[in-house]
Ligand binder design. Structure first.
Ligand SMILES: *Cc1c(COP(=O)(O)O)cnc(C)c1O
Length: 362
């Protein structure tokens, strides 16, 4: 079986280093907000090119803390792509804000910048972009709109660690960015983890407090905060893995290039890329009319695939009020998309087998 993602194999490459760092944490007797969090925050900010990084509990909370730190709440609207993982939308509604769903571009699967302006009202506070599947959003028009209407730009970078747009990495393309270190992400820990990056000192300080009950000084609570911290063990593991992220992303690019050059089947639509550096291939998503049949065919041939995602946010039961919205491009993507295996630990023969099997699909 060719696995979609072999997490054990991914982490096994650094096993002795990870073991040593975990032992160190255990021996230290200090498990939260200690030197591992501090050093990882420093290294991650350097990597992203931002002044600050703040470790938090997970990607969802990274995003919701950003919205909270800017003080947005009931009555405020945040523009967001309609085709994204549910967490992006949950972060907005959690704060009481209204997500304004915008259709994606059918070529990039990212928010269509040309459809944003018509959605801006006097209640609009921010545009939340999502670097979906690992491809950095083309920010030019979004920056211009943010400037014109005085809006904040937030990034959901949970799938985009390391992608580069106009010389800058994701995490450094807006006012603040949320990252997830869920085990399956391009940079993943061995449990839940996340981070916020920003160049704004005031926001960085505020998030530092918000993640820790709203206090900078123990028992002095200046905000109604939360408990969303990055554990020392996860910070240590991430700090071991971060120096290898570019190598891993390069291997993902290599596999994606091989797929794009060698998959030749007119039933299968390949992903489009506007710049190789801008895509870190968190997911290699193809589209095909009879998606479920194609997935079953691959399974018969021992190839594991996933669907990112089978149901769009506006069709979810938890958001009944939007179930009747018509978002045809989003729905088309959700109905036809399928993710082929791609990961830094895939062997060449596995990549070749995937191409062979896909090419034989009729
Ligand atoms: C994974 C993911 C999140 C949520 O991250 P968690 O750490 O799982 O909470 C948010 N947005 C996108 C696009 C994601 O892929």
């Amino acid at each position: 079986m060719i696995k979609f993602l072999d997490l054990h194999k991914i982490n096994e490459r650094y096993r002795s280093e990870i073991d040593a760092r975990i032992k160190e944490v255990l021996d230290s007797g200090w498990y939260l907000l200690g030197k591992n969090d501090e050093i990882f925050e420093k290294h991650f900010a350097e990597y992203c090119g931002t002044k600050y990084a703040i470790g938090v509990g997970n990607g969802l909370e990274a995003l919701s803390l950003i919205i909270k730190a800017y003080g947005f709440g009931a009555g405020d609207e945040i523009i967001v792509p309609a085709n994204t993982y549910i967490a992006t939308i949950l972060a907005i509604t959690y704060n009481g804000c209204t997500p304004v769903l915008v259709e994606p571009d059918i070529n990039t699967y990212n928010i269509n910048p040309d459809l944003i302006e018509e959605k801006i009202t006097e209640r609009t506070k921010a545009i939340m972009v999502v670097h979906l599947y690992g491809q950095a959003v083309q920010m030019e028009k979004i920056w211009a709109l943010a400037e014109k209407y005085n809006l904040k730009v937030f990034e959901d970078s949970a799938q985009g660690h390391g992608a580069i747009y106009q010389g800058k990495r994701t995490g450094n393309l807006g006012d603040a960015s949320g990252f997830s270190f869920y085990p399956g992400k391009n940079l993943g820990c061995i449990g839940d983890g996340g981070a916020v990056t920003t160049n704004d000192k005031e926001i960085a300080d505020k998030i530092r407090a918000l993640r820790n009950y709203g206090s900078h000084v123990k028992y002095h609570n200046i905000y109604q905060g939360e408990n969303s911290r990055l554990d020392e063990i996860h910070a240590a593991v991430l700090d071991v893995k971060l120096p290898h992220l570019d190598y891993d992303n390069a291997r993902r690019r290599e596999i994606s290039k091989y797929y794009r050059e060698n998959i030749k089947n007119d039933k299968i639509l390949l992903p489009k890329v506007y710049d190789e550096k801008a895509h870190v291939w968190h997911v290699f998503a193809v589209r095909t009319e009879k998606r479920d049949e194609f997935q079953e065919y691959l399974k018969q041939h021992e190839i594991q695939t996933l669907i990112h995602y089978p149901i769009p946010p506006h069709k979810q039961e938890c958001y009944k009020e939007w179930n009747n919205l018509s978002l045809p491009i989003t729905e088309e993507i959700h109905n036809t998309i399928l993710s082929l295996p791609i990961s830094p630990v895939m062997e060449d023969f596995e990549v070749e087998k995937v191409v062979e099997v896909v090419n034989e699909y009729r």
